[in-house]
Every structure is written in C-alpha cells, then in structure tokens.
Ligand binder design. Structure first.
Ligand SMILES: [Zn+2]
Ligand SMILES: [Zn+2]
Ligand SMILES: [Zn+2]
Length: 240
C-alpha cells in the first residue's frame, strides 16, 4: 500500500510482497491470463511469458483491468488481436475506459489490438484438454465471474454466491478464493467468511487470494489457518 509503513508493507518476506490479484492458466502450450490489473506488465515480465492466447476478465474494477494496454507486446509478437473474454457490461466499461483501443477513426497505429469476446455466467470453453466454465459470484451488488478449470476453481472479489452457482463447485479439489482481511467488508469475504465457505465446499486444498495488508504477516497468519488452507503468494503455482 502506497505510503504505508505497517509490518506487512515493510516486510522483507517475499510472501508479504504482493502485486494485484491475477492468474495465468498454462496447459499444453496455451497461456490464458485471468485479469489484467495495474501490475499485468510486471507479472508477465516476471513470469517470462512470451505469448498469450487470450484473457478472461472477472469484472471491471481497475485492479482487474487497467493494465490492458500492455497486451501490445503480445500483439506485435504474435500479430493477432488479443481475444479478451468479458461480460457485455464489462465490455462497455472497457470501451469507455480504453476509448483509444476501440476508436474507429484516426486510430493510433501502435494502439493495443483487442478482440472482444462474449463471456457470461453460463459460458463454457473447451480449449484443447482444458474446459473452462464461468461461475457467477456477488461482489457486494456487482455480479463478478469466477472460473472452474477441471477440478480447480478461481473465485476472486467474492462476498456471496447463489445456490445455483454453488452447484458448479461440486467436487472441486482445489479452491482459490478471495479473503480480504479480518474485518467485515461490504463486497469481499473476510478471512472468517472465506474459511467457512471453504469448509462448506470441502476441497482438498484451498488458497486465499486478494489479500490486504491488513491480513497480517504471512508467517503469523499461515500457521493459524486450518489444514489444507494456504495464503497464496506471488508466483505460487497450482496444478490444474
Ligand atoms: Zn501496510
Ligand atoms: Zn472488485
Ligand atoms: Zn479486486
């Protein structure tokens, strides 16, 4: 957090040094990013990603989309319009916030090239051996999309989920889910709520993401978590 001198923000432990929440799906030579937040460029550089087959967007908050301009190196390397899967509501927000990307007149030749693709809570994609299914969760009043890939589910910015959507999590073995901090929040689950959600779903392993500096130091929080639950950290790899 800019300007913060708390024990997490000043911690030398790499597990306390977090960029904004995002993920990269890697399988059979495919690379698909989930969200392009402000740290997208740094995350792609750090992970040494040389190509990207597409981007799945969870929702339109800036911490999940505002790094979209940095698809340009992929455009120029691969010479394709980057497929960006987004809900129609999120697509409208992209067109508003990145008007220059979608300009039809006097378009700057170096502007990012984006191919918007439809995504909604019922979307299912088969990409080679991987099936990706969308899951809708509620981020306060805002519907947000999460994804299930085989037996792994990724749900960020979640506060609640409907019974119908919860059905899609049946049998999930690895659950990646957001837990902001310890206090009540209108649009995110806190740690206690995330842990009870994990207990209800019953995966073999769970990983907490979208963690605020108010959660506390990794070395203090991790030992207090139930077996099978981990605080995720930057660079963590989870088998699909
Ligand atoms: Zn801090
Ligand atoms: Zn959000
Ligand atoms: Zn967020």
């Amino acid at each position: 957090m800019i300007g913060c001198t708390c024990e997490v923000c000043t911690s030398p432990d790499p597990k306390d040094q977090r960029l904004r929440t995002a993920a990269l799906l890697k399988w059979d030579g495919f690379h698909v990013a989930i969200d392009t937040g402000p740290d997208f460029r740094q995350q792609m550089l750090r992970a040494g990603i040389e190509h990207l087959n597409g981007i799945l967007l969870t929702h339109e908050h800036n911490d999940h989309i505002i790094g979209l301009d940095d698809v340009r190196p992929f455009n120029f390397r691969q010479w394709i319009d980057m497929p960006v899967y987004a809900h129609p509501r999120v697509q409208r927000e992209l067109q508003h916030r990145f008007a220059y990307i979608f300009a039809t007149e006097n378009r700057y030749p170096g502007a990012p090239m984006v191919d918007l693709k439809h995504l909604d809570k019922d979307s299912v994609f088969d990409w080679g051996a991987l099936t990706v299914r969308a899951i809708e969760v509620m981020h306060g009043q805002l519907p947000v999309l999460g994804f299930r890939m085989n037996d792994v589910a990724y749900l960020t910015d979640m506060r609640t989920i409907s019974d119908l959507q919860r059905e899609k999590l049946k049998g999930v073995k690895r659950l990646i889910v957001s837990a902001l901090h310890h206090k009540e929040h209108h649009s995110h689950m806190n740690l206690k709520q995330a842990l009870s959600f994990i207990e209800e779903i019953g995966p073999e392993e769970a990983f907490l993401i979208h963690i605020s500096h108010k959660m506390g130091r990794y070395t203090e929080v991790q030992p207090a978590l139930p077996p099978g639950v981990q605080l995720a950290f930057d660079g963590l790899e989870i088998p699909l």
